[in-house]
Design a protein. Structure first.
Length: 549
């Protein structure tokens, strides 16, 4: 009889493909799943009786922003504790490579404030060198990288608000080709953020043709997720259709101000699929976001140095223009700005404001009524006082849309968070990012166990084999002999997301700062135990994955 390194015995095995669980033993050897057999039949040097708990592929988080935080916390605490074994990075156009010497400072400004941390050396220039640096001394989780459109633009033309010249576009294409050769899985855009929002559709199509040559995908934080959501989904589909590559629409819940619910954007996706276009979607299950207050300013203004932003807001004439620009929203700004545009000040709660601490915990609506001022003036004055340090929670998504998206077969589950830790720089000040800690357990707890929104096997499919298929990872996201042993063992009865903050908020916020979830009992990455009950083992078996290798 074979003796394997590790056997998980007496589990309820969920293969990740959407099939209902079955009882069995699963053997791990040399980083792979080597055998799955009836309960009690396999033997290992180490046998863990999982006692009828669920055994599932590790969760593949297809939309994260862990590009730099993993340098600071290689243990990937918040990710691996919630069962994520692979993070896709380079999303929303944001990637920390490639870099040109000419625009290094622009790239560092783009990643402010994390860019100043000593673990981030900025000594890479190509994407391949960045991935080597990221692999470095090890990571707790795997990483699958995307090229970022904004990074390419910054490397060639900084934050210029115009279309590239032909030589500039050719330079971007050459850098993208080199980045795809380094093993990125596709190209992402962020078309509401500077500098991505300065790009015309044609520019992206030209770049996507390079990606198509390498069989990569196109993923997009589309050009507006509110008033323009349907046009923006249509643009993403057109880019994929014209350039000839699959499309992934990122975190596609309609935000406050959208003219429709999620069934309208999903209808566009269904129609495209019926026409033979390979279009899929991801979404997370949180109804709020905590960006900086300055992130709600018009993109052109965000581009300027902090002192200039403040002087613009101090001058009554330009302040008035900024206000008009936010309301007009001509170049669609990111989702949370819809609350500013539509005067939903009661949905914006101040979380950090180091130089106006009396504002913390209050909504802009209540600050305005207390002081008898216009809410826009309260908003601008908080930015003048606190610069980029003012952060607020924006409640901007209707939960109905989250359910609609969860139930659609072409929608997978992502966090849109990043690998964090409740200690060190990544917790100073504590970020508001419940998705980074509790996305997958939260789905299992709220939308599988407590409410009949999804079956267990369908939820697991959306967290495992579906994102793996989207990326072309044939040996992950599935439990079968020969697959890599990225595995989560969880107890559905005990599972609890301890980073929740369901609307309406009361201050101080429930479960903040965040804690690790309960019920995720074992997590293996490439066959190595990383989470053992309450403990992180300190092992760093994660791999930087490169497409085609
Ligand atoms: Zn995004």
């Amino acid at each position: 009889m074979n003796e394997y390194e590790i056997v998980l015995s007496h589990g309820r095995i969920l293969d990740g493909c959407g099939n209902p669980w079955f009882r069995g033993d699963l053997a791990i050897h040399a980083g792979q799943i080597v055998e799955i057999a009836p309960p009690g039949t396999l033997h290992g040097k180490q046998t863990i009786n999982v006692d009828d708990r669920y055994v599932s592929p590790g969760f593949i988080d297809i939309h994260t922003h862990s590009d730099l935080s993993l340098f600071i916390n290689r243990r990937a605490e918040s990710a691996v504790r919630q069962g994520a074994t692979t993070h896709v990075i380079g999303n929303c156009g944001m990637a920390p490579a490639p870099i040109t010497d000419e625009h290094l400072a622009d790239m560092q400004a783009y990643w402010d404030p994390i860019s100043g941390q000593p673990e981030i050396t900025w000594d890479w220039r190509t994407y391949s060198q960045y991935l080597d640096a990221l692999q470095g001394d090890g990571l707790a989780i795997n990483v699958a990288p995307l090229a970022g459109h904004a990074a390419l633009r910054i490397a060639v033309m900084g934050f210029e608000d115009r279309s590239p010249t032909e030589p500039e576009l050719n330079k971007m294409k050459a850098l993208l080709d080199e980045t795809m050769q380094a093993g990125t899985f596709g190209l992402s855009t962020g078309l509401v953020y500077p500098p991505g929002c300065f790009a015309a559709t044609e520019e992206i199509i030209e770049l996507c043709k390079v990606v198509a040559k390498h069989h990569g995908i196109y993923t997009s934080h589309i050009r507006g997720e509110r008033e323009t959501i349907l046009e923006a989904v249509a643009e993403a589909i057109r880019i994929g259709e014209t350039a000839g590559l699959p499309v992934q629409v990122s975190h596609n819940a309609p935000k406050y101000g959208a003219p429709c619910d999620a069934s309208a954007n999903l209808r566009l996706v269904d129609e495209a699929r019926q026409r033979g276009l390979d279009v899929t979607v991801d979404n997370d299950v949180h109804t709020d976001l905590a960006p900086t207050l300055s992130g709600g300013l018009p993109q052109e203004l965000q581009n300027r140095p902090p002192a200039e932003i403040i002087s613009t807001l101090q001058d009554p004439a330009t302040r008035h223009q900024v206000r008009e620009e936010i309301v007009a929203d001509r170049k669609p700004a990111f989702g949370p700005s819809g609350l500013l545009k539509h005067g939903q000040w009661g949905r914006i709660t101040i979380l950090h404001a180091p130089r106006t601490p009396q504002a913390v915990g209050k909504t802009i609506a209540s600050l305005a009524s207390e002081s008898g001022r216009d809410p826009f003036d309260v908003y601008f004055d908080l930015i003048i006082a606190n610069g980029h340090d003012a952060v607020a929670i924006f409640d901007y998504i209707d939960e109905t849309n989250i359910r609609l998206l969860l139930q659609h077969p072409a929608v997978m589950i992502c966090s849109d968070g990043e690998a964090m830790a409740p200690y060190g720089f990544l917790n100073d000040p504590p970020p508001y990012s419940p998705c980074s800690y509790g996305e997958f357990p939260g789905v299992l707890e709220r939308y599988v166990r407590d409410q009949p929104v999804l079956t267990l096997q369908e939820a697991i499919r959306k967290m495992t084999s579906f994102p793996a298929q989207r990326l072309g990872l044939a040996d992950r996201g599935i439990l079968k002999p020969g697959a890599k042993a990225d595995i989560v063992v969880f107890d559905l009865e005990r599972i609890r997301d301890r980073a929740t903050n369901l609307y309406p908020h009361t201050y101080p916020f429930e479960n903040y700062p965040h804690q690790y979830p309960e019920g995720i009992d074992y997590v293996f990455v490439n066959g190595v135990l990383v989470v053992d009950g309450e403990q992180h083992t300190g092992s760093l078996p994660g791999q930087v994955l490169r497409m085609g290798r």
